[in-house]
Design a protein around this ligand. Structure first.
Ligand SMILES: [Zn+2]
Ligand SMILES: [Zn+2]
Length: 366
């Protein structure tokens, strides 16, 4: 099968024929329909996030189960699945307390480059390749842990379902699971890429009164308005603080989501949030980034500043639910896809992403 291989950091991806072993015990082979490209892949590609090479990147995908290994019970050949990049163990303190995204088995080894067992099923010219985020979706097929497979309804397009594997769940969950935005609230979202736009949609479906999307790119602001933002602002040319103050009688937003991965925006989000409000950090900043907040206000205003990994999701419950909302027309997830590419065009897709030309780019497998 064909896959886009990263042979060394900061090189272009090369589309080559690779080997894929049959699934071992507890593993599943999935033929992919589509994979989204994400900023996390880019940071790995450039070496900013260290991950072993040669490898097959990609962690946002959906497809059809082709075959299953011994002891696999939750999926069968023919099932449609979204791939989750956190194969939660189900038994650790985090899994058992309803926070499987923080699984103490899967989360720490995310970038080790293997499946949970330590196995590698990918190879190039007989030499093993590393996996990425337990998935490696820049390939026509994957072998993954059973816990990565989230069965979904068959009547939604797999190209849309693929986005639920990362961007959508991350943005939606930040608003619904982590901030628990209430009807009538004001939600401020920094960044209108795939994650930020998903947060905008989630805020609207949660009954927010005002949803303010902030992004310097004009077409992303327009898209934000089309998918549910009530107001948009260009942070370079406009006064975001005045806009939020005007909407909230000077109080500030109830919830702020930082999806751009810029740590200086966390302080900005803190400043524009009301007393007792919630600031959720979703975008991952540079490895050495620190966040600076005003000490007295941190105490006096009782604001909650929190991160959210993978939308704080319980994948097997949240992903099918998100797709139900899409099928009902309440989350216009298909609007996230700016352009679809063939696997051979993957480097062009990354160029477009870095240049700010995409909400989300998707690789479709023929
Ligand atoms: Zn991602
Ligand atoms: Zn666990």
């Amino acid at each position: 099968m064909r896959a886009a291989v990263l042979f060394a950091p900061n090189e272009k991806l090369k589309v080559v024929e690779v080997g894929l072993e049959k699934p071992g015990p507890g593993e599943v082979m999935v033929r992919l329909a589509a994979t989204g490209i994400c900023a996390s892949d880019w940071h790995t590609l450039t070496g900013a996030i260290p991950s072993p090479t040669p490898s097959v990147l990609g962690h946002e995908g959906a497809g059809v189960v082709e075959s299953v290994g011994e002891s696999v019970r939750s999926v069968a050949p023919g099932d449609h699945v979204v791939l989750s990049w956190i194969p939660s163990c189900g038994h650790c303190r985090y899994c058992e307390s309803g926070r499987p995204n923080l699984c103490s088995v899967a989360a720490p080894a995310l970038l080790a480059g293997t499946l949970v067992s330590g196995a590698r099923r990918l190879s190039y010219r007989g030499e093993p390749l590393y996996h990425y985020s337990y998935l490696s979706t820049f390939a026509e097929a994957v072998v993954v842990d059973e816990a990565c497979c989230v069965p979904i309804r068959k009547d939604v397009a797999l190209s849309v379902a693929a986005l639920v594997g990362c961007a959508v769940t991350t943005g939606y969950g930040a608003v619904v699971n982590r901030a628990q935005a209430e009807p009538g609230s004001t939600v401020l979202v920094f960044g209108s890429g795939g994650v930020g736009l998903s947060a905008v949609m989630a805020a609207r479906v949660s009954g927010a009164r005002y949803v303010v999307a902030v992004d310097p790119v004009a077409f992303k602001r327009e898209l934000a308005l089309e998918v549910g933002a009530t107001h948009v602002a260009d942070p370079v040319a406009e006064d975001v603080a005045a806009l939020v103050a005007g909407l909230t009688e000077g109080d500030g937003a109830d919830v702020a989501i930082e999806s751009a991965g810029r740590s200086e925006l966390v302080a900005e989000a803190f400043r524009l949030t009301r007393r007792g409000g919630t600031i959720v950090c979703v975008g991952i900043p540079a490895a050495d980034a620190t966040v600076s907040l005003p000490g007295p206000a941190l105490v006096r205003h009782e604001k909650i500043v929190t991160g959210s990994l993978y939308g704080s999701c319980r994948a097997r419950q949240d992903m099918p639910r998100i797709l139900d909302l899409y099928a009902e027309g309440r989350l216009p997830l298909d609007r996230l896809v700016t352009r679809t590419y063939g696997l051979e065009e993957i480097n062009e897709a990354f160029d477009d992403m870095v240049a700010g030309r995409l909400a989300r780019g998707v690789i479709a497998f023929a």
